[in-house]
Design a protein around this ligand. Structure first.
Ligand SMILES: [Zn+2]
Length: 301
């Protein structure tokens, strides 16, 4: 996390050289763990060419940020092949990129994105380490770190178009977003799960030790605001784990390592180990609750 959120990575701007370096770093971690490559041509990287010209909403996101060519973005993907149920997949994800260099605030123009989302990336890398060094799970686990989430989810969409395993094999996706600080709106030590009431995944993970609660910020529509949503729109059970407490450092240069609560973050990741270990070894499959699929738009979250 110190590497990802260091000033030297210039805030990992979407589709920049810095995002590519972050992806290479993650890939080298996956490789060191002896995981199977899930990217292009036997590598851990998936290269994604961005549309040219970029769509208007992406241009809008970039309008105040460093003016640099944004031609390609990178996903880092690794696979831990399951033992007895290799055709069932649990997908663990986060996003590599952040805003990069932008307008100066109090003399700082590097948007480090320590919480958003170096914290989630670190969680996925830590879980990869734990799961790869333990007993081989029943189910296959895919670890995917997406590029260009901040400008419209280009990495994630390319992953869906060219998945390393069939999308139909994905039993569940957990995205990790902003777990670097506790959320005062939920009990101490708790994380929230977007779309908690949409599926039976959250309650079942809770039964297996997860400190997951319902997302307390329903008006923010967080279920629809991260990479999980594009997967959910395909019918995949895909939800985001977070403890974002709407802090003032969101999308500011002050979202750096100094504002991270490492005790909280360590507890947060640790608390998910047993429930995920259960999920990758069970035969149980989560389901959407009746009338709660993402295209049932009447539901706020
Ligand atoms: Zn994010």
């Amino acid at each position: 996390m110190s590497f990802l959120a260091d000033d030297e990575l210039h805030g990992r701007g979407s589709a920049t050289r810095d995002e590519h370096i972050a992806a290479l770093f993650a890939a080298s971690q996956f490789q060191a763990l002896g995981l199977e490559p899930g990217g292009d041509n036997g590598t851990f990287l998936q290269k994604v060419t961005l549309p040219n010209p970029l769509p208007e909403d992406a241009k809008q996101h970039l309008s105040k940020l460093e003016d640099t060519p944004r031609k390609e973005t990178w996903n880092a993907i690794a696979i831990l092949r399951g033992s007895s149920a290799p055709k069932e997949t649990v997908l663990l994800t986060a996003h590599l990129d952040h805003l990069g260099i932008g307008p100066s605030v109090n003399g700082d123009n590097i948007y480090n994105g320590a919480d958003d989302d170096a914290s989630g990336t670190t969680a996925v890398l830590a879980l990869a380490h734990i799961l790869a060094t333990g007993r081989r799970p029943r189910r296959t686990i895919v670890f995917a770190l997406f590029g260009s989430e901040e400008i419209g989810g280009f990495g994630n969409r390319a992953f869906l178009a060219h998945p390393p395993v069939p999308l139909a094999s994905i039993v569940a996706n957990l995205e990790f977003e902003m777990i670097g600080r506790p959320d005062p709106a939920v009990p101490a030590g708790a994380l929230w799960l977007t779309g908690f009431n949409r599926t039976n995944l959250g309650p079942e993970l809770v039964k297996h030790g997860a400190h997951l609660v319902n997302d307390p910020h329903m008006g923010q529509h967080f279920f629809r605001r991260s990479d999980n949503y594009a997967l959910a729109l395909q019918g995949i059970i895909a939800q985001t784990v977070s403890s974002f407490g709407l802090h003032k450092d969101y999308h500011q240069p002050s979202d750096d390592l100094r504002s991270i609560d490492f005790t909280h973050m360590n507890d947060a990741i640790s608390s998910m180990v047993a429930p995920i270990n259960w999920l990758v070894n069970t035969t149980w499959k989560p389901q959407w609750n009746f009338g709660r699929k993402p295209w049932h738009q009447a539901i706020p979250n």
